[in-house]
Write a protein that binds this ligand. Structure first.
Ligand code: FES
Length: 109
C-alpha cells in the first residue's frame, strides 16, 4: 500500500514539526533543513503526540517529558535501543505523501 496524502508542502516549512494522521495513525512529520522525515507519532514513553513536540535541527523533543529522538534515524538520544518507526515520504506537485507501511527501522534512510 501506498503513499497517502499527509499535508500540503507549504504547510511544512523548514524547521516545522506537524502531527498528521494517516488512516487514523498518528505520524510526526518534520522538515529538517528542507528535507522531510516521518516517524511514528506516539511517544514510546507514555504515549504523547510527538508531532506536537519541538524540533531542534534533526532532534524531535517529546512535549510531555522531553525524551529526544533523531527524526532521521528514529533513535532515542541516549538509548538507541528505543527507536521510532520511520516512514517513507514522497513529495509530488506540492503535496506530501507518507507510506505508513514502510517502517525503515534498522536500515539507513
Ligand atoms: S511521553 Fe514522551 S517523554 Fe514521556
Amino acid at each position: 500500500m501506498p503513499f497517502e496524502f499527509a499535508a500540503k508542502l507549504h504547510d511544512i516549512p523548514p524547521g516545522a514539526l506537524r502531527d498528521v494522521r494517516i488512516q487514523g495513525v498518528p505520524v510526526a512529520l518534520a522538515n529538517v533543513e528542507g528535507k522531510l522525515f516521518a516517524v511514528e507519532g506516539t511517544c514510546p514513553h507514555r504515549g504523547a503526540p510527538l508531532g506536537q513536540g519541538a524540533l531542534h535541527g534533526a532532534t524531535l523533543v517529546c512535549p510531555w517529558h522531553a525524551w529526544a529522538f533523531d527524526c532521521v534515524t528514529g533513535e532515542h538520544d541516549y538509548n538507541p535501543a528505543i527507536c521510532l518507526k520511520r516512514y517513507e515520504v514522497m513529495v509530488e506537485n506540492g503535496e506530501v505523501f507518507i507510506n505508513i507501511e514502510s517502517d525503515a527501522r534498522g536500515s539507513s534512510a
